[in-house]
Design a protein around this ligand. Structure first.
Ligand SMILES: [Zn+2]
Length: 502
């Protein structure tokens, strides 16, 4: 009551002040003050920079002015065409060196670059390939000729096929094309959301036979952590459906086995790289499933989290929101943990849509009603004032994945991304890359570039970057003591980054 009275008085006084200023030439000092006040609200707006940080900030500002004047301006261009421009940018080179904290929104099947998948995984012995009727591929490792499976009747040993083909480099390139969306002509190949999602889903299926082979999964995951570490990222939360893995002789392992593999690889990677904080898994299921299947998945996730408390962070529903089922449709399944009196943290994808007012658009509020810990994408959040307020008050961070939103055709010019609103208000935000191998990226630097230069424009500064990086630890699923360790480790890396760039 006292608070709202005070607020009313403040509003009245400010109104009076505005009435006064429109009568005369605005006072430049007041104008400056308002500009500073507004800037202080943005992400990183209240971060105090040290003199050394201020020097880098001034340099970044100057670079940004130059890049914004240049044509074409990379964030205004489709990422597939802007990638080589971004790679030449001095801002990007600095972002690559910057300790970025954690990657909190990446899917397992797209963690590792397709170059590695093709040049490493498909060159292993006993790798079979099959070309499907709908112009896709399947891979399968087997110690004997595989039986028909996955729409495939004719499996060929890749080693034999490669020996017959005169141009192995060209052939490998064509294999890579099946595993990524990356292309020179994105507008021509992907004229609408349906077509780009169709190719996207096909590529996931194509990669599955490689990644679910146990020895490949082990190396794949290790390689994924290496790619992140190389981009100065120290922690990962990976969405994974925990597909069953298989051996050469056809033995199939269950989900607990897959979690064991993750656990072992994380342990080994941390031992090899003491500056790496670790990784956790967000178990995800596809929103195309039915309620009873999702109920089973939720029950299973509860059990797996109990058995692997250090590795399993929680649960999510994945797949295209616009054509999939809504969170509300699954309300019975998603209420199960509460009904059973147990906790299963949710990390829902929600609001990855530009269809305002639809049932899908409602996922944003429903994610919050189901007490989500973070919101994946939250592209629609800026249009939901109440949901935005709740998310802010409860510190439910939005996982912003700019390149994904552009490639999957929610926005074309990233300067128009609705997260510009969230950023200018200092909404809890983290930056992530969603499906790096699909978009031809590794790590987070490309997405940081788009967020910092395109979405943030000239307003955002080194304070913004610092807060975004720190946010990634702060809003992670790590327990409080590990967040503290993580933040201290990140601060150490940050200080070294600042002093090495003077
Ligand atoms: Zn995602």
């Amino acid at each position: 009551m006292v608070h709202s009275l005070l607020q009313a008085v403040v509003t009245y006084v400010s109104l009076l002040w505005f009435v006064r200023v429109i009568d005369a030439m605005p006072d430049p000092a007041q104008r400056q003050l308002l500009m500073r006040q507004e800037a202080s609200r943005q992400t990183g707006g209240r971060v105090t920079l040290t003199p050394a940080e201020q020097r880098i900030d001034a340099y970044l500002h100057q670079l940004k002015e130059q890049e914004m004047r240049a044509a074409p301006f990379p964030p205004a261009v489709h990422f597939f065409k802007a990638k080589h421009l971004i790679e030449k940018s001095s801002i990007f080179k600095l972002l690559q060196k910057m300790p970025k904290g954690a990657a909190l929104h990446i899917h397992k099947s797209t963690l590792v670059s397709v170059d590695w998948l093709v040049t490493n995984a498909t060159y292993r012995p006993n790798c079979y390939i099959c070309f499907t009727w709908d112009n896709s591929v399947r891979f399968f490792f087997s110690d004997r000729q595989p039986f028909p499976r996955w729409d495939c009747f004719y499996w060929q040993l890749l080693e034999t096929l490669r020996a017959k083909i005169g141009d192995p480099t060209g052939f490998d390139k064509s294999l890579m094309q099946h595993l990524t969306l990356f292309t020179e002509d994105p507008e021509g190949e992907y004229p609408n959301q349906d077509i780009v999602w169709e190719k996207f889903e096909k590529a996931f299926i194509a990669a599955a036979g490689l990644i679910t082979h146990t020895p490949v999964l082990r190396d794949y995951f290790y390689r994924g952590l290496e790619e992140l570490q190389h981009d100065n990222i120290m922690y990962l939360e990976l969405r994974s459906g925990l597909s069953k893995t298989y051996e050469l002789d056809g033995t199939i392992h269950d989900k607990a086995w897959t979690l064991n593999i993750f656990q072992e690889v994380i342990k080994k990677f941390k031992a090899d790289h003491p500056d790496f904080l670790g990784a956790r898994i967000i178990i995800s299921v596809n929103r195309a499933l039915g309620v009873s299947e999702v109920k089973d998945a939720v029950k299973e996730a509860i059990q797996l989290q109990k058995n692997f408390p250090d590795v399993v962070a929680g649960f999510d529903m994945v797949g295209r929101e616009d054509s999939g089922r809504t969170l509300w449709y699954f309300r019975e399944a998603l209420s199960l943990p509460a009904d059973l009196g147990v906790t299963l943290p949710y990390f829902f994808h929600a609001g990855e849509t530009d269809d305002e007012g639809t049932d899908v658009d409602q996922n944003i509020l429903d994610a919050l009603l189901f007490n989500t810990t973070r919101i994946g994408h939250g592209y629609a959040l800026a249009h939901h004032p109440l949901a935005k307020e709740i998310s802010r008050k409860r510190n439910v961070a939005v996982e912003l994945c700019p390149i994904s939103n552009q490639v999957l055709k929610l926005v074309s010019d990233l300067r128009n991304h609705p997260a510009a609103v969230l950023m200018s208000e200092g909404h809890p935000l983290v930056i992530s890359s969603d499906d790096p191998s699909m978009f031809g990226t590794t790590g987070l630097s490309y997405d940081f570039y788009e967020a910092f230069v395109g979405i943030g424009g000239l307003k955002t500064n080194l304070g913004t970057l610092k807060e975004l990086a720190a946010n990634s630890i702060k809003y992670s699923s790590l327990p409080a003591h590990l967040k503290e360790t993580g933040l201290a480790l990140w601060q150490k890396q940050w200080d070294a980054f600042i002093s090495s760039n003077q």
